[in-house]
Design a protein. Sequence first.
Length: 353
Amino acid sequence: MSRFLSEKFADLEPYTPGEQPREGRYIKLNTNENPFPPHPSVTEAAEAESRKLQLYSDPECKALRAALAAETGLREEELMMTNGSDEALYFAFLAFCDRHTPAIFADVTYGFYPVYARITGTPYREIPLGEDFRLEPKDYYQAAATIFIANPNAPTGLALRPEEIAGILEQNPYTVAVIDEAYVDFGAESCLELIREYDNLLVVQTFSKSRSLAGGRLGFAAGNEELIRDLNAIRYSVNPYNVNRMTSAAGIACLKQEEYTRKNCRIIQENRAWTAARLKELGFEMTESRTNFLFARHPAVSGETLYKELKKRKILIRHLSGKRIADYNRITIGTREEMEKLIQTLEKIPGIG
Ligand SMILES: *Cc1c(COP(=O)(O)O)cnc(C)c1O
């Protein structure tokens, strides 16, 4: 830390992104990326748009929001595009939390929530998940706080049903609940339809996972028009050109390829079922994942050892810190070939095979 850093950031603990190796041929099962590239028409659209890079992007993302409105059945005024959904989450902390309205979220959830709470000066409470990592909706009733729920949750992979979210919304009429649906396309039910019923619901989604655009950085917030107006006030105070031209063009092209997206999600779900069955045969225990990853532990090998043994053998998985989950690893679902290689490699690790 330089002697110039503002004292308000003296004990900032930044988020730790998963490793992105530059050399060496790793099978990357550590950052929940999609193993399939974007549809060729998406790459072409981004390339064509790159010829206009001397011009600012559209701060309203008009064409992209129109396409997304058609896809989701929402109105354009109910949508705001962001630079990855992380930015939407950050703006939600800025807009809907303060000294009097703390944030609450689970003790085992997306690592960015506490980071955003701290950088925005938001007090927060962590609500312990149940023994089996289940989230008890009643724990969020009358929260008197802005609620952040990843649904499905990461890294546990478990999902609540929209009725359960509706119960939470009903019991918190004076505060906002932010439902982070980064993984919803891999087998959970979205809450987008509840937006018309609840003016305190903000749904956040990303193009990073199911739509193969992690490197493009595209996400969105969906909610009641007034919530979206608040978020836009924040966005126009930070960076109105938050979505660049190429990403915006890629997003529009991507929304024309819903069949491609659905097919890839289906393959990933099949690979997940296959991998889960093989891991069980090897003695692993895991949660019922509705995402593109498995959250697994082995009774005979510690989480950290497993991570290191796989890394030595050129497979990266994610070992997360936190004492409740130290035994576990988060394993992204890749192609069938990648998952076969994972299983073959695991079979050779002492204590497992
Ligand atoms: C991946 C992820 C995000 C956001 O990723 P972006 O790439 O910023 O869109 C948000 N929430 C959870 C729970 C995630 O796993």
